[in-house]
Design a protein around this ligand. Structure first.
Ligand SMILES: [Zn+2]
Length: 305
């Protein structure tokens, strides 16, 4: 057994990896992905998700003409082994995410199979997360899909290896770097970026004049519900990455008062676009960063009330 985090394996040597070694990770998706990386040891470069899956008893991986789904895992409830098919018509980076997602269902044996022979996962499932829904509507299916996604991104773009991408001024150029370095889609890279960055960020994805969906980081203010609606005006530009401009918070935020907002756009092929919003609070007393004694005294009095 390789000591945790001290593996000195060659790039293709995954022999330390086995499902038995992962048993202790339990049901937590991030811990499971972290346990895989611990067994692989410190590595640079793209995460070899295919080889990892093969090592973990996925006996066949293939591309298939899938109609309404992105990925299929064929297995049985006991999970002796599995076969994964990914959508032939999706690009390679999306296929990598799908494969990682299906591997998540395979390893999290508490996930209940969808059909009699495994899991069928749609494009919507690949972006499912529990935070998007009121708690009453969280069902088992959504829960499982969200867990498979948490596993998939932690396996492909581990938190630990993203630190250097997160410590600078927010910029979609970093998102492009992450997408290249980890071979994940720009969309997945952007979601990961706003989720982990310590600044208040949100990203919105759209096509032509409409917003398809948005993701915000934990401290970003509430967005106006924009899904499916006409988008606010974007900074001018023809293609590629825009500069970072000031935006009118009233165009985007539910409560724009006291917030300064900057905006950057990435225009992509076929009129698709991605918008990064960066919020900074100005005169909102709840968020005012006074620092020093006044702040401490204020907090002290609150605790002693
Ligand atoms: Zn799924």
């Amino acid at each position: 057994v390789t000591p945790e985090g001290e593996g000195h394996l060659g790039t293709d040597d995954l022999s330390a990896l086995s499902r038995m070694e992962l048993d202790d990770a339990g049901r937590n998706p991030e811990r499971l992905a972290e346990a895989i990386h611990a067994l692989l040891g410190e590595r640079e470069g793209v995460v070899p998700v295919r080889d990892i899956a093969r090592r973990l008893d996925i006996v066949e991986i293939r591309e298939a003409d899938l109609k309404s789904v992105e990925g299929v895992l064929v297995t049985t409830p006991e999970r002796p082994q599995g076969m994964i098919a990914v959508n032939r018509n999706s690009d390679r980076r999306r296929q990598r995410f799908t494969l990682s997602h299906e591997l998540g269902h395979f390893l999290m044996t508490h996930h209940v199979m969808v059909g009699s022979d495994g899991f069928n996962c749609s494009r919507g499932d690949m972006v499912a997360r529990v935070g998007d829904h009121p708690s009453a509507s969280i069902n088992r299916h959504l829960q499982q899909e969200a867990e498979a996604n948490r596993f998939a991104i932690e396996l492909l773009a581990p938190k630990r290896r993203l630190r250097t991408h997160l410590n600078r001024q927010p910029d979609l150029a970093r998102v492009l770097d992450i997408s290249e370095r980890f071979e994940i889609s720009r969309e997945a890279a952007a979601r990961r970026y706003v989720e982990l960055h310590s600044d208040r960020l949100a990203v919105l994805f759209g096509h032509r004049a409409r917003i398809a969906y948005s993701r915000k980081g934990p401290d970003f203010p509430w967005l106006i519900p924009l899904k499916g609606r006409q988008r606010p005006d974007l900074p001018a530009g023809t293609g590629g990455l825009s500069s970072i401009d000031e935006a009118d918070p009233a165009d985007w935020l539910d409560r724009p008062r006291g917030v300064e907002l900057s905006i950057q756009v990435l225009r992509q092929r076929e009129d698709r676009f991605m918008v990064l919003l960066h919020a900074e609070h100005t005169d909102d007393p709840d968020h005012e960063d006074t620092g020093g004694m006044e702040d401490t005294a204020e907090r002290f009095s609150r605790f002693n009330r």
